[in-house]
Design a binder for this molecule. Structure first.
Ligand SMILES: [Fe+2]
Ligand SMILES: [Fe+2]
Length: 306
């Protein structure tokens, strides 16, 4: 059956409960054939507003109280990565706005900053209302939930991403740093890691008939936001490669090759049952991540082999 992309595009939070993540992701694929402009993506942002305050977590809270120990641990592992990751990307996007090479890019990236802040607040609310915490503010809560040692994750979010943002802040005219930053932020972190994690968690919820939960709806709204961010990243890199393939194709490839072990590291759970108990394998998830990455690279006009 053909996917009704316009319906997904306009769906309210409540209606997002009837929508599959794979259909949301098809927005990115449609874009590959017919790239939306940065202003098209801006207009899509205006049409796709949603509010964390409109989400009802009461069923989610009931589920949490009845959940097994393994369910809780698996959920917390994933949500720690997402909550902390959303805060990290909120914290590092401002230099990208500053370094935007055109006003259209500046406008789009400003919408993305608001999105990332909203995603962070979504997880903060989930934490307070579903699993519970005594943390008095977001600083304390983020310190409490910071993901346990995961080398790939730490390198990506605490070294590479802030270092790139710092390079852009020091010299907003450094377009090489902008291209490298978009590769890291939009392609590695959002398109490959975040959307893969979202896809498997949302599909698991759908299989368990939990699509009326606040988390399902909010996380699907987040995935729809991420699909705009990823389309933007593809567009920026596609334009850079078209403008100067000899300079930008190798720069993007080098950044990606350096990040490959960080991608598998981030997706690797501390306990394999966090994946196998829910009917999947780690290699299936990594395969999905790399298949998505390859699709995005084809759209950009490069491949992984230098
Ligand atoms: Fe986000
Ligand atoms: Fe994002």
């Amino acid at each position: 059956m053909a996917v009704d992309l316009d319906r997904i595009g306009r769906a309210s939070l409540k209606e997002l409960g009837d929508i599959r993540i794979d259909d949301v992701l098809s927005f990115i694929d449609r874009g590959i054939e017919n790239m939306p402009s940065h202003m098209d993506l801006y207009r899509r942002w205006e049409a796709q507003q949603w509010a964390v305050a409109d989400i009802d977590f009461s069923l989610d809270r009931q589920d949490w109280l009845e959940a097994t120990d393994l369910d809780r641990k698996a959920t917390l592992w994933s949500h720690r990565l997402f909550f902390n990751g959303e805060e990290r990307v909120t914290a590092t996007l401002a230099p990208f706005v500053w370094a935007a090479p055109t006003p259209e890019i500046e406008v789009f990236l400003s919408t993305q900053m608001v999105d990332e802040a909203r995603h962070t607040v979504f997880f903060e609310r989930w934490w307070r209302e579903v699993c519970g915490t005594d943390a008095k503010d977001m600083t304390e809560l983020l310190a409490e939930i910071r993901p346990e040692a995961n080398e790939g994750y730490n390198t990506l979010f605490y070294e590479r991403l802030p270092a790139t943002a710092q390079r852009l802040a020091s010299n907003p005219r450094d377009f090489d740093a902008f291209v490298e930053g978009v590769t890291l932020y939009h392609i590695v972190i959002e398109a490959t890691i975040a959307l893969t994690g979202q896809r498997f968690e949302l599909e698991a919820m759908r299989e368990q008939q939990l699509t009326d939960r606040g988390f399902y709806r909010g996380f699907t709204a987040i995935a729809r936001d991420e699909s705009r961010h990823v389309s933007f990243g593809i567009k920026v890199l596609q334009e850079a490669v078209r403008e100067d393939p000899k300079r930008y194709a190798p720069l993007i490839q080098k950044t990606l090759v350096e990040c490959l072990p960080l991608i598998t590291g981030t997706l690797d759970p501390p306990d394999p049952r966090f994946i196998t108990e829910y009917g999947h394998t780690e290699s299936e998830i990594v395969q999905f991540a790399f298949d998505s990455l390859n699709k995005r690279l084809r759209a950009i006009g490069i491949n992984l082999a230098a």
